[in-house]
Design a binder for this molecule. Structure first.
Ligand code: DQA
Length: 146
């Protein structure tokens, strides 16, 4: 598998959760769009969602040996809290983009800090679900060259 898409806590409730902030698109719809976008470029995309920090870390460790070449992650609230997920990214050393549906810089102060952003290739925030597709567009140009 070429690209791993990880979504963190509460993102399984997209579509229901605070629709004024996160919109009405479900996670299943987002994931299906990413798989299709990757497939059209000849890339295999795997998706993973967990509400548990340790499960995300275990999935990152597995990525080291399963052929993952790039990771897209929306770490949800773990963005702002998790030294452990930061350390996992440093350990596996696979390039990644951080994606946020909302503009975290236009919300509460505590959402402005990310434990991952300085390790990421780039960060997309505030473009709604389209941000995932924009990030995948970058991944395709990086891995496939178009
Ligand atoms: C989020 C922003 C985070 O601050 C929040 O905790 C989330 C979602 C986003 O996609 O905008 O769960 O990552």
């Amino acid at each position: 598998m070429d690209v791993l898409v990880i979504n963190g806590p509460n993102l399984n409730t997209l579509g229901l959760r605070e629709p004024d902030i996160y919109g009405s698109t479900t996670l299943a719809e987002i994931e299906a769009g990413l798989v299709a976008q990757g497939a059209a470029a000849g890339l295999e995309v795997d998706t993973f969602q967990s509400n548990h920090e340790g499960a995300i870390i275990d999935r990152l460790h597995a990525a080291r040996t399963d052929g993952t070449r790039f990771i897209l992650i929306n770490p949800g609230a773990f963005t702002h809290t998790s030294v452990a997920i930061r350390d996992a990214f440093a350990a596996v050393d696979i390039p990644f983009c951080e994606v946020h549906i909302s503009n975290v810089h236009a919300r509460e102060e505590f959402r402005r800090h990310s434990y991952l952003a300085d390790l990421a290739v780039g960060v997309l925030a505030g473009f709604g679900p389209r941000g995932y597709l924009m990030a995948m567009d970058y991944v395709i140009s990086r891995l496939v060259g178009r």
